[in-house]
Design a protein around this ligand. Structure first.
Ligand code: PBG
Length: 325
């Protein structure tokens, strides 16, 4: 047998494979979502996210120090709001002494160079568990955008480096950008959840923050999983309106979208390897059906290969440990 091309030559040893690998994960690819709770000394494992925790601010600060030491550069903050602070306006979201605002300050004081990103959406503060204000059973757009502006400004005032609107209201990126400008926050970045789908895979996250919608679903604002062109439209509009990074979410069922968005915009693209994607790997590994460590690296590599410059993932710490082996 005579073969002109033997493709296996490039695969024959770990050395050559590492020399020709096209996609290399590094700790600075990762954005680590953190769930913050009131109180002190609280470390609560999220039942549908085994191995992932909701912590009070003291423990969160220690966690950020540890992440920083591992080479991770960015965290994305979510808070669990007390039930008595929830209402339909979501006004706790811009309380200057709220848990989010206190958390931003404490983390930036402890680790000044860490890039602090904050989730901007009303769901943790909404008595209805929706990302916006509800009127007559509808999630109203423009009034919600006004609330998101206040929320974003309060995060910037507390020292957030980036705001990350995850609500999918129309026009919010331009409105937030303008408000940041008007208030002198000219260094604050916007990471827009541009193509955020109405996904069943957010379930464990909603357990973590106790933020499941009280009625209906999020399909009038989050995108239909059937759609592709709409994702490009959303990303292009967000860039036009002033987004510095655009995100696709979830990641794994939407790798095609990550690739298409990456090829359509000239800004960094992030992808959110969400709670349900985490839970699936954890569950299968627990059953002994897959190898967890290998599944983590294969998953994150695939998301980066699809075109994500940054990956928000609950596996960041595990990945760094595995990459350092
Ligand atoms: C809220 C928000 C959600 C997630 C991030 N921000 C849930 C939702 O839209 O219902 C999901 C993250 C995850 O599942 O890991 N606006």
């Amino acid at each position: 047998m005579f073969l002109q091309r033997r493709n296996r030559i490039l695969r024959q040893s770990p050395s050559i494979r590492s020399m020709v690998a096209e996609t290399i994960l590094t700790p600075n690819d990762f954005i680590v979502p953190l769930f913050i709770d009131e109180g002190a000394g609280v470390v609560q494992e999220i039942s549908s996210m085994p191995g992932y925790f909701r912590r009070s601010l003291d423990g969160t600060v220690e966690e950020v120090k540890e992440l920083w030491a591992l080479g991770i550069r960015s965290v994305l903050l979510f808070v669990k709001s007390k039930d008595e602070l929830k209402d339909n306006t979501g006004k706790e979201a811009w309380n200057p002494d709220g848990l989010m605002q206190r958390s931003i300050k404490a983390i930036k004081d402890a680790v000044p160079d860490v890039v602090v990103m904050t989730d901007v959406a009303l769901d943790p503060y909404s008595s209805y568990g929706h990302d916006g204000i509800v009127e007559n059973g509808e999630i109203v757009n423009d009034a919600t955008v006004e609330a998101l502006i206040r929320m974003s400004i309060s995060h910037a005032a507390a020292g957030a480096d980036w705001v990350a609107p995850s609500d999918m209201m129309d026009g919010r990126i331009g409105a937030i950008r303008q408000a940041l400008e008007e208030n002198g926050y000219t260094r604050t970045g916007i990471m827009a959840y541009s193509a955020k789908y109405a996904s069943c895979f957010y379930g464990p996250f909603r357990d973590a923050l106790d933020s499941a919608p009280g009625f209906g679903d999020k399909k009038t604002y989050q995108m239909d999983p059937a759609n592709r062109l709409e994702a490009i439209k959303e990303a292009l509009m967000d860039v036009e309106e002033g987004a510095d990074i655009v995100m696709v979410k979830p990641a794994l069922p939407y790798l095609d979208i990550i690739r298409e968005v990456k090829e359509s915009v000239h800004v960094p693209v992030s992808a959110y390897n969400i709670s349900g994607e985490y839970a699936m790997i954890k569950a299968a590994a627990k059953m002994g059906w897959i190898n967890e460590d290998k599944a983590i690296i294969e998953t994150l590599t695939s998301i980066k290969r699809a075109g994500a410059d940054l990956i928000a993932t609950y596996f960041a710490k595990d990945a760094v440990r595995l990459l350092n082996r």
